[in-house]
Ligand binder design. Sequence first.
Ligand code: PLP
Length: 435
Amino acid sequence: MGEVSGNDAAFARASRIIPGGVSSPVRAFGSVGGSPVFIARAAGPYVYDVDGREYVDLVGSWGPALLGHAHPEVVAAVQAAAARGLSFGAPTLAEAELAEAVRARVPLARKVRLVSTGTEACMTAVRLARGATGRDLLVKFAGCYHGHSDALLAAAGSGLATGGLPGSAGVTAAATAQTIVLPYNHADAIRALFAERGDEIAAVITEPAAANMGIVPPGPGFNAVLREVTAAHGALLIYDEVLTGFRVSASGWWGLEGGVEPDLFTFGKVVGGGMPLAALGGRADLMDLLAPLGPVYQAGTLSGNPLATAAGIATLRLADASVYARVDAAADRLAGEVTAAFTSAGVPHVLQRAGSLFSVFLGVDSPVRDYASAQRQDTGAFRAFFHAMLDAGVALPPSAYEAWFVSAAHDDAVLDRIVTALPSAATAAGAARST
Ligand SMILES: *Cc1c(COP(=O)(O)O)cnc(C)c1O
């Protein structure tokens, strides 16, 4: 019998007890093949697998690790909080402190409620919109992901796209009957829908820069059109900034974009600093409809957990202008190098950005504006590229539909390692092209 790596053994053991061996499907290497890397620890820009192998990490826990992994001050804040008690089921001042930090960055989040996951934040925002308007219909865009609650699991982007699933079994037709899915970036489609059914629509929920079908930024004026038609028909506009919030700028996509004023926001990922914490925020009159003040029910045993709030407060405190400048610079350099590598290897590709977030669509030669065009990418070429990078010690998200996440810890020496790995990986992608 040959050597079994610790990693393969870990995957085999986990697969015997956990479906697919993973606690969330995007972690499985379903679309790229092979065994997922089992992580033992992480520090700064690196993750280490159970065999002790070091990788430059471009997953960043799918977004939270803005400062790099296990930032000493964040870890110290969590340790200090843990020593004071893990959970009380009673309010703490730290919750108000974190909510104030959110509002300081996104002043339209006049009031903020803390929850544990982005899924809950989006589910609650939708319930709140329906409760506030007394209307049933919800509009979302194909390829945008808003968590895995039933009503939002229609044409929901990365996780499903990666697995080649149109939607989820177990979601009843009734649960999605009141969700209308439109193509992203098609202002004419949203105008037409509102002209016909505007007075039945509770809300439009959108990723204001889509990041779960690869990176698909909004076209000029698209978000403004969403604001205009929702306002004209008494519907609400929800910006889901679970991924972009506090990552693409201190005030998220909303701050980068300027001008559009949504009614509600959802946040997650960075706001929890790597702990299970998310939030929704927005107009005070709407937020005050939440229980206990109002009739829209929402609750959570571990909501506003003291360890999670400590991580979030420390992360936002440390995420100053210099952090965003470093993350932007790292993304600029890497995006340029990735483009250069695929160009020299003769691989048609389109690299798209939303601030410091970027992704590359292989085998595509015109801009990707919506989910249908994202699905034209060559996932076989990505698979070859992904494994070549992994073999060279660079861990990319294991899906062609995900953004690459850099952190403030990705300095030039770290980026050099990625850049060194790019040419042969790009060549491998070219050799694997399906066309
Ligand atoms: C990750 C994500 C969610 C879901 O957050 P979870 O914490 O995984 O439930 C919702 N919306 C967007 C835009 C996301 O990227």
